[in-house]
Design a binder for this molecule. Structure first.
Ligand code: 5AD
Ligand code: SF4
Length: 440
């Protein structure tokens, strides 16, 4: 595309999970096809899109304070189009609330309405005051172009929505009912991505293990088809749910060199009572049996997790059980969260725990997991590992990439190394980061 003085630019600010990152790539794809180019500064943009998240209160607060900053820009450039999309605006009543707080918002699109972006812009440019579409219907998300932000890794949706209604979680309310994509369409997209040169594909779904294809097969069926694809690439998937995870998945992973030896399996809590109150539908015995089997079949498997503290019914003893579970399981790493009450959810109506207790618990949990992560990483010193180089590192003169089991390694390198598989000897570990030396 030739750049001229009338060239228009867009800037997308994304909050939240990988699902949102990929959705932003689709919004970018629509704008690119309409003649816009991406830019990284809000000041330069003709369209600013906020792709929002509402999983926790701080995600909403962050987005709202950034949206507030656009008021000044809009005054300087009245033709600027401001769109707010995604999970936050999908909450009942939230779109109206946002518009009354930020009347300069031109476009509001819900989690399944990205397809409307092009016509929304056309309507605003022809004088419409505001365009809002928040009708929830995930069948409308299919077949959107994506302008992918990474040249090595690509995201691939295999399902949309969630039916689990964990009592703390807002996702089922803002992303609607679970719907699996057609298996052949997924495989086609995957082949297309490999043909384009992507080296790592991550299958995305709120609960990939409850995937059901049109022929009635589950996630293991899809994984088994993918394991038959020849050529060198890496496949990851997230997020898994312990209630639907089965041993067959591990067996397929063990037999396939392309499926990474890594599972992200949210634990949430180490207390059976809290898990029940969270409506997680598994207990510690089930969770530990998955871990035991996975480690028996794939000894060096990377296991990462999500853990939450401060759920309304979590007592000090329950929290101790979470700490004990973390000590026993020794996750490679963990995303840790403070419970945040979310509107509509069952847990938000329970009696809440005070903020100070929550803070004390998260500090203790993070310190424990950091110690375990460092110990796990130290065990890798002296080993040679295959790393897929992803990007420049935050350390000068270095690039970084992940091992098959998901650990990030930094090593000396340059632009040409990005996108390549390399053999790296692990040399040292410094507060969570690993450093290595190339062997080839
Ligand atoms: N408060 C805090 N953390 C939450 N998560 C989901 N809902 C909430 C909430 N209300 C966490 C869970 C989930 C991860 C994506 O976000 O741990 O696995
Ligand atoms: Fe939320 Fe539970 Fe669904 Fe995950 S499985 S998106 S935590 S409701």
């Amino acid at each position: 595309m030739q750049v001229n003085s009338s060239q228009k630019y867009f800037n997308i600010i994304t909050y939240g999970c990988q699902m949102n990152v990929h959705e932003s790539e689709k919004l970018a794809g629509i704008l690119y096809e309409s003649g816009y180019l991406p830019c990284s500064e809000m000041e330069k943009a003709d369209i600013i899109i906020f792709n929002t998240c509402c999983i926790r209160d701080n995600a909403e607060k962050k987005a709202e304070s950034k949206i507030g900053m656009v008021k000044k820009l809009k005054k300087l450039k009245p033709s600027l189009i401001v769109a707010v999309c995604g999970c936050m605006v999908q909450q009942k009543g939230k779109a109206d609330e946002l518009i009354s707080k930020f009347p300069f918002i031109d476009i509001v699109l819900g989690t399944s309405n990205s397809k409307m972006l092009k016509s929304a812009i056309e309507k605003i440019n022809s004088g419409l005051k505001r365009f809002i579409d928040i009708e929830l219907d995930s069948s409308k998300i299919e077949n959107l172009p994506a302008l992918r932000s990474d040249r090595t890794n690509a995201w691939l949706n295999i399902m949309y929505g969630c039916d689990n209604f964990c009592t703390y979680c807002i996702v089922p309310y803002v992303r609607g009912r679970e719907r699996s994509r057609n298996k052949q369409e997924i495989l086609c997209e995957l082949y297309g991505l490999l043909e384009k040169g992507y080296k790592e594909i991550t299958l995305l779904g709120q609960n990939v293990n409850s995937y059901k294809s049109e022929d009635g097969e589950g996630f293991d069926g899809l994984l088994s088809e993918i394991s038959k694809i020849n050529g060198k690439f890496r496949l990851r998937f997230m997020t898994s749910h312990p209630k639907d995870f089965n041993e067959n998945i591990i067996d397929i992973m063990a037999d396939s060199p392309n499926i990474c030896n890594h599972i992200h399996l949210p634990l949430q809590s180490g207390s059976d009572k809290v898990l029940k109150d969270m409506n997680r539908k598994y207990n510690m015995e089930k969770y530990l049996s998955i871990i035991d089997y996975a480690r028996k079949i794939i000894p060096d498997i990377g296991i990462t997790t999500d853990i939450m503290v401060g759920f309304p019914t979590e007592t000090e003893e329950d929290f101790e059980q979470t700490l004990n579970a973390v000590k026993t399981i020794k996750f490679s790493s963990a995303f840790t969260f403070v419970y945040s009450p979310r509107r509509f959810t069952a847990a938000s109506k329970m009696e809440q725990i005070d903020e100070q207790t929550k803070r004390k618990r998260i500090i203790e949990l993070v310190a424990l997991q950091n110690k375990i992560t460092a110990e796990n990483n130290k065990k890798l010193i002296g080993k040679d590992m295959e790393v897929l180089t992803e990007d420049f590192s935050r350390y000068e003169g270095m690039v970084c990439g992940r091992t098959d089991c998901g650990r990030m390694v930094n090593f000396e390198g340059n632009q040409q190394d990005i996108g390549k598989f390399m053999s790296i000897g692990i040399e040292k570990v410094k507060t969570g980061s690993m450093f290595g030396k190339r062997r080839d």
